[in-house]
Every structure is written in structure tokens, then in C-alpha cells.
Design a protein around this ligand. Sequence first.
Ligand SMILES: C[S@@+](CC[C@H](N)C(=O)[O-])C[C@H]1O[C@@H](n2cnc3c(N)ncnc32)[C@H](O)[C@@H]1O
Length: 293
Amino acid sequence: MVSAGSKYKHKINEIICQWSYKYKKRALRILETHQFIGNATIIYRKYGGVISYEINPTTYERVINRFPDAFNLERILQKGYDLLDFINSYRRESYYPVILPNKPSDSLIGIRKLNIYSFDIVDIDPPGSPHEYFPNIFNLLDDNSILFVTSGSMHYARFNPISAMEPYNIGSNKGLKLTRRLFQDDNILIIGFYIINEGLKYSILLFPIFIHDYWTRQKGVQRIGFYINKKNNVKNRNKLSECYTYDPILKVNILKCSSLKKGSLNLCRFDDTISINMLEDYLISRLNYLSSI
Ligand SMILES: C[S@@+](CC[C@H](N)C(=O)[O-])C[C@H]1O[C@@H](n2cnc3c(N)ncnc32)[C@H](O)[C@@H]1O
């Protein structure tokens, strides 16, 4: 069963894939670091070839049964195929190939072997913090690609928000006083800020696209999307600075927040009353803007 929160997550995935597919005018190369039973894979494979990892053996078994026609990742890597050629050769009428490792796999280890490829969509959807995927994941992102990041439930953060912030270099010693409440509300902003700054170290600009879903906030599931731009010039940097403002008190960049009606939007909070059409309009206009920079 797909929860209402996942419904939005998957709808957003789909809107962004449709846009990228039209923008790139070719099949997409998609990487899922956390597959679960393949509910996102089913959507992704309509727009391109998908490489997916799942660590849990029982879940992996379900995935294998669900995609009996999946290709073997190890074999493809061994043969050194061009990923796009491979995807196009095995395109079916209404979907593209799914590529899976031959056993349950930790994607943190697995993605090190993928560095011969670059991807148009990368989806990091862990149950906990995504920080371990940075900075390595930047090597796998193509220019004008999309990075989805979930900051998951982060169970331990509820009990010790300060230690949960350690990976993000903004612990209490940096003057940030985090309460549990602040952590729960704003960890996606902190993680977003961290990821943008990591990107800047590698001359990659990450433009935030949208942010969390109030409906699922109770469970702590929050998503942020980034548009990747590898032209790290002054014009682009200025554009990026328009995407967030600096708050010297919190020492955290707070992404600008405005309502859907107020034109240029960087941060989108929504509840389950938002219509899919509104969400789609927002995402498409944001992507059109980001791709024109
Ligand atoms: C939130 S679910 C993913 C949901 C999926 N992306 C979707 O949208 O339907 C997280 C999954 O990540 C798996 N997982 C956790 N750590 C992993 C790792 N290091 N590598 C691969 N999979 C992992 C878990 O077993 C779980 O099934």
C-alpha cells in the first residue's frame, strides 16, 4: 500500500521525470539508492533505465519477483556497456529496463563501482540521514540533472538533536541551539544547506526545488529536490543566492518560503489539500526557470 505521503513523493518524482524526459529529448539514466519494493521504480522505468539498490534480503526477494525481466548490474559493469546505449537497446513499448545487483546490496558500497556512469535523476531515499552519500554522489550527477534527497525519520535525532547535527558541521559548538522541536521542523533546511555547501566545494551549484510535505511531517519524512548546474560562474552564483537567504543568528541558511501565489518560489510546503495541478504548475515553472539560468 502507498501512503498519502508516498503518493505525493511519487507524484513529484513523476512530474519531474516527465519534465526531464521532454527537456533532454531522450531516455533518462536513473539511480535509486534505496529501492524498497519498487514503487518508485515502476514510475521511473516509464522515463528511462533504472539502476536500483535494496539492502534488505526479504525486500530484495520481493523486488526480484516483481521485476523478473530485470538485468544484472554486475554483468553490465563487467561488459562496460554505455548506459544510454544499453537503455535504448532494451527499451520496451511502454517502459525501459530495470537493472539490479545480483544480491541484496548496500548502495553506499555499490555506487563506488558506478563511477563510469552519470545520471539524469538520482534518488537518495534512506530511512535515516542521507549525509553518508556526500560528496561521492556528485561524481554520478550529470549537468542539468535532478537530485532527490529524503531526510528520513532520523530516529536518534528525536532524542539527541545536537549529536544528530554533527555530520552537518553545525553542532552546539558552532553556536546553534537546537531544540528537539527545531530539529524536527528544520532538519531538512539544515540538510539542504549542508548539501548546497558540499556541492559548492566541487563547483557544483545545487538549486533547491521544493521541500517538505506537512502531511508526512509527523513521521519525519521530508524531501528536497535539487537542480544540478555545473557552470559555477558569477551569474549562477548570484542566482543561487536568490534561492536562499542567510540567517546569521541560526548560522543556517533558511530557504526562502513563500506561498504558491507569490511568484518565484524556492521552498514549497504543502499539505494534503494542495491539488496535484497546483503542485505540477509550481514544479514545472520552477524547472523551466532553473534550466534557463
Ligand atoms: C524509504 S524506503 C525506500 C522507498 C522507495 N524509494 C520508494 O519510494 O518506494 C528505504 C529502503 O532503503 C533500504 N536501505 C536502507 N539502507 C540501505 C542501503 N545502505 N543500501 C540500500 N538500501 C538500503 C531499506 O531496506 C528500505 O527498504
